[in-house]
Design a protein around this ligand. Structure first.
Ligand SMILES: Nc1ncnc2c1ncn2[C@@H]1O[C@H](COP(=O)(O)OP(=O)(O)OP(=O)(O)O)[C@@H](O)[C@H]1O
Ligand SMILES: [Mg+2]
Length: 291
């Protein structure tokens, strides 16, 4: 049971047997600009790890802002756990969600890293002792233990991303949206954070929406949503979404490593569509050794 368990029980009025997040016919434009998101519809199950991919400017971050109510759709609905988001309930529903923004500079409120992580917890019925525990626990997990008394502004981009991630994870929200949350981290830091998020996700209570340009990450998600020019180009299991390399490249995306291997075999007349990833790697080893 999490330290915030008692606080969370306040929200158990919601229905938990349906799609956890339901987006229907969402349309949005920034003020007088042309339509940016059009007819966006998708469902996300509770506990899913969903990747949202799409080339620059396809509308991913804007969609994230709509999901947490920072922007309001011109038409369409967003339903979270059976409740349609509106001006009255947005604050309440947002308290179940955490977001790491693409640009970590937009995220800081506290004067120090410690204060900043504490700020989110103060809004979540968290006692002082639990707060201290959570700050210590999550700052250690993301490698911030030596930076807790620093001003967030004085940190590097990657360190700032770590603070934003620690703050969001410490809040133990039901839904976490990560908007390219590890883009500035060094490779080892990125692996550590990815592993940590996967571990936290294992209990299937936590729903994760990861906006990413990392195709390998998207390939390991439960579901993948592809945005193209403000529309849902595809939504499904990654194996299906990335199956047709030509199609996925047509929307400016790359193909995961395993897809490239399949493609290379296909060019040599060997079709591996029905094979598992392990079988394909096996074939690759055999093929390489034979040469
Ligand atoms: N506040 C804003 N006002 C007006 N236009 C905006 C605003 N924010 C974003 N846009 C425009 O909306 C479009 C989509 O932007 P968005 O940030 O959602 O894309 P993205 O898919 O997240 O791209 P990236 O991969 O580069 O992060 C872009 O053309 C951008 O210029
Ligand atoms: Mg973005």
């Amino acid at each position: 049971m999490s330290q915030l368990g008692n606080c969370k029980s306040l929200f158990n009025i919601y229905n938990t047997n349906m799609d956890f997040i339901s987006v229907r016919d969402l349309n949005f434009r920034y003020e007088e600009k042309q339509i940016l998101l059009s007819d966006i519809s998708f469902d996300i199950k509770k506990g899913a790890y969903v990747a949202i991919v799409g080339k620059n400017g396809s509308g991913k971050s804007t969609l994230a802002k709509l999901l947490i109510g920072l922007e309001t759709a011109d038409s369409g609905t967003i339903e979270i756990d059976g409740v349609v988001l509106n001006d009255e309930n947005i604050k309440h529903i947002r308290s179940r969600m955490g977001i790491v923004f693409q640009n970590p500079d937009n995220q800081f409120i506290g004067a120090t890293v410690r204060d900043d992580i504490a700020f989110g917890l103060e809004n979540r019925c968290c006692s002082k002792s639990d707060m201290a525990l959570l700050i210590e626990q999550f700052s250690n997990k993301v490698g911030l233990e030596k930076l807790l008394d620093k001003e967030p502004e004085a940190l590097s981009g990657g360190q700032k991303q770590r603070v934003a991630i620690a703050g969001v994870l410490a809040m133990q929200s039901d839904i976490i949206i990560l908007d390219e949350a590890t883009s500035m981290l060094d490779p080892r830091g990125r692996d550590t954070i990815k592993k940590l998020i996967r571990e936290l996700h294992q209990d299937k209570e936590l729903t994760i929406i990861s906006i990413t340009h990392d195709i390998e990450e998207a390939y390991t998600a439960d579901d993948c949503i592809v945005l193209c020019d403000g529309k849902v180009f595809d939504h499904g299991k990654p194996e299906e979404v990335f199956k047709d390399a030509k199609r996925i490249r047509s929307v400016g995306l790359d193909v995961p490593f395993i897809g490239k291997v399949k493609e290379a075999f296909k060019n040599h007349g060997i079709v591996l569509d029905g094979n598992s990833e392990d079988e394909i790697i096996g074939e690759l080893c055999e093929y390489t050794l034979k040469r």
